[in-house]
Ligand binder design. Sequence first.
Ligand code: BG6
Length: 516
Amino acid sequence: MSSRGLMAARAKTSDIKQADPCSFVIFGASGDLTARLLMPTIYRLAAAKQLSDSFAIVGFAHSDRSDDNFRELLHKGLTDHAGQKLSAKIVTWLLDRASYVQGEFEDAAAYDRLEAKLNEVEKKRKIPGNRVYYLATPPSAFVPIVKCLGDKNLTHEDKGWRRIIVEKPFGTDLASAKDLNKKLLSVFAESQIYRIDHFLGKETVQNIMALRFANGLFESLWNRDRIDHVQITAAESVGVESRGKFYDETGALRDMVPNHLFQIMSLVAMEPPTSFVADAVRAEKAKVLAAVRPFSSDDVMRDAVRGQYGAGTIDGKKIEAYRKSQDVDRGSTTETYTALRLQIDNWRWAGVPFYLRTGKALAARRTEVAVKFKEAPFTLFRDTPVDSLAENFIVIRIQPDEGIALQFNAKVPGPRLELEGVRMDFKYKDYFAVQPTTGYETLLYDCMIGDATLFQQAAEIESGWRVVQPFLDDWRESPARDLTIYPAGGEGPSTADDLLERDGRHWRRIATRAKP
Ligand code: BG6
């Protein structure tokens, strides 16, 4: 969590510092990401008065359009995707600050036009040269854009700060991620690079640090002495939908694990940082990934599971098999589900397995962290009617139904000694007015104030890829081996159950909220 995030959590809007004056340059400004995510996010920041009056949006993309035409496009994006009633005043405020430059990403001359436009809007809006460059493009455009920005000296911080936001996917394996880092770092300093992982924009993910470090209650239990294992789940009920082309080349492992799931795991497992300064937090997170036990080729077969959804039913709706989806190879061996068993080889976590799973077309949408505590000795209950103890869990519900539940045993009222598992349940909505959010508000705002806590450093990204690389290699060599087809709308492949059962454990159910 950024230091600002912690302290401003319940502050009034008027207490929150405005972002620095800046130009927000969007590469790929005609695309879906700009319409669906960036514009609604920027609108909400403007509505919350978190943007400076000295603010400008400069779109850069390949399609030919005038400033006015670009404003119409942004307006449409906002109307279609904001998910709330728009204030005409704020929309006008934003659109007045928007302009457009047409250009190919690798065409050096286009960057002269970009610079001319930036100089013009910065003069008009009294912006002191601060610039965010946002790469909302396909990954193949990242390097050409970075190179041109460097060649044209648009990265130097002589007249204000210059920062770049890089979207996911950050590489497709360890080698490509390293290469991308190298190219970025040949042009930008690490402190100028903001590698986005939208999970870190989720309040519930940031709250993992508050839960652990703002309470005297849990941290003393947060170790191998008291914790039996940790389950991290990101289950989705949607299938691949219209993203077949991207997804068939990517798969569940690349799409979700080295980024989103590892970010959650790092926050759950990290040591307390010395402060909430960005580098202190990120260094502790990076140490977690660096401590994950490397996988040998035997481990890969034992500790990883992959599956692909077949036909099935979700919420009464028939879902066709992944292989029949638009833009997906009919004989595809791409995994739409993966589960892994990881060991973090450090003092705190030695011997505590972390089980991670993610998949599409499952019974429900459920992203959660479940920390299972070791059982109390049963001895005392041996001669009583109690035949077993309910499991002790802390469950952090990332989404939906955001909250935290604590599961423990309680005595059933009555003359006999009987126990039942009960649950204490905190729900965000019972305590806080939950605003509509894309999760990007915090991230864009943090970039504009120079707080990189919720962004990933080069080392974190590379450690994440290093952990999953043996799986990528093995699955590339044996594409069909152990790929289990699971019915859409279920709990995933049965092989994932075996992964835990082998250790005498079991997954929490995805379909219905497990009774405490
Ligand atoms: C994206 C993945 O990064 O995260 C998608 O590419 C996935 O496949 C999405 O659906 C999940 O994000 P969220 O915020 O909807 O849980």
